[in-house]
Design a protein around this ligand. Sequence first.
Ligand SMILES: NC(=O)c1ccc[n+]([C@@H]2O[C@H](COP(=O)([O-])OP(=O)(O)OC[C@H]3O[C@@H](n4cnc5c(N)ncnc54)[C@H](O)[C@@H]3O)[C@@H](O)[C@H]2O)c1
Ligand SMILES: [Zn+2]
Length: 365
Amino acid sequence: MEKVKLALSSNSYDIFIGSGLLSDSELISRHIEKKSVFIISNKSVANHYLDRLISSLSGFDFGVYLIPEGEQFKNLRTVEEIISVMIKKGANRTSTILALGGGVVGDTAGFVAAIFQRGIPFLQIPTTLLAQVDSSVGGKTAVNHEDGKNMIGAFYQPKTVIVDTDTLNTLPKREVSTGLAEIIKHGILADRSYFDWIEKNISKLLRLDSETLEYVVAGSCRIKAEIVSEDELETGKRALLNLGHTFGHAIETATGYSEWLHGEAVGAGLVMAADLSFRLGMCALDDAKRIKALVTDAGLPFAPPASMEEETFLRLMSRDKKVDETGLRFVLVNGGIGAAALVERVPIEKLRATLRARENLCSGV
Ligand SMILES: NC(=O)c1ccc[n+]([C@@H]2O[C@H](COP(=O)([O-])OP(=O)(O)OC[C@H]3O[C@@H](n4cnc5c(N)ncnc54)[C@H](O)[C@@H]3O)[C@@H](O)[C@H]2O)c1
Ligand SMILES: [Zn+2]
């Protein structure tokens, strides 16, 4: 088992990563203060893992709410419904919420924990690769509004994060690749040798080799934890975690959040960010090529959808939160793989060249 500490000025916590942790009754119980537990999950995850979790909760009173499948249920209506069920089942200020599932479950359950009776403790038990390396770590909780993703939320840290890497065995391959997008992002923005390691181990990762997964989840959690501990409320450095996301969000919006999964949009977004970094002299061509190759090897698209025009990108990106009155801002590769920086006032002609490059991204033409 690996343990990663997320150090904060108050409410620091540990992230535990290993095989079989869902059955580690002692580990789970030790992070629950009182007898009352409320589990929030969804049907597909519950089918596989709810019994296992419940078996580890002997001696606790518990209630369960299963959120219907899909991002479209990450909204205030679901939050209200969960709270109604919690009240009916006698949940109170001493109850602890357990979030068992992917990012949709984790973000919604975390937000309920943040607001139920002004805040009750919660544990993240992420079951997708994306949730294990990204959404369960760092305390961002939110639900969507009709007019925007993650519009309603709070910074609210869990008591702990417990990652059972065995849960990935049932995850669809496409979801594995979307998690890899965030992992590759971590290597690019923070640690060149970690990127090298991912390159060497990409086929083992895709095969879900247990030890390799444990290493990569811990590696990514360590990178994210370090950044979050320096900037919990995203007033500065934490924004670097948005590498590839300005392009990615535009792709998700243009395709209606249905055709492309988040990590797929981020995959193409990383390649576009690498391409733009190269054009601005911030990244050697060889590094940009390696980024494109690794994104491809991870089973992710490296170019935006053919139907998406340059002007559509510009329109959507100027609404993205990384673009403000100072002009177009991007998180870009800063000097090569292993570092990133927020760059203001990116020259529009360079950006247009990246938007037009498509199949030729990161090829130097
Ligand atoms: N809070 C943050 O910092 C943060 C960061 C990144 C993303 N997010 C949010 O995370 C969400 C996406 O999360 P996600 O990619 O985990 O998607 P998800 O929660 O929708 O899960 C993806 C799919 O996998 C299924 N699933 C989950 N675990 C499984 C398992 N072990 N076996 C089989 N199937 C399983 C789910 O039912 C779902 O169909 C988005 O809403 C995004 O906004 C939040
Ligand atoms: Zn992301």
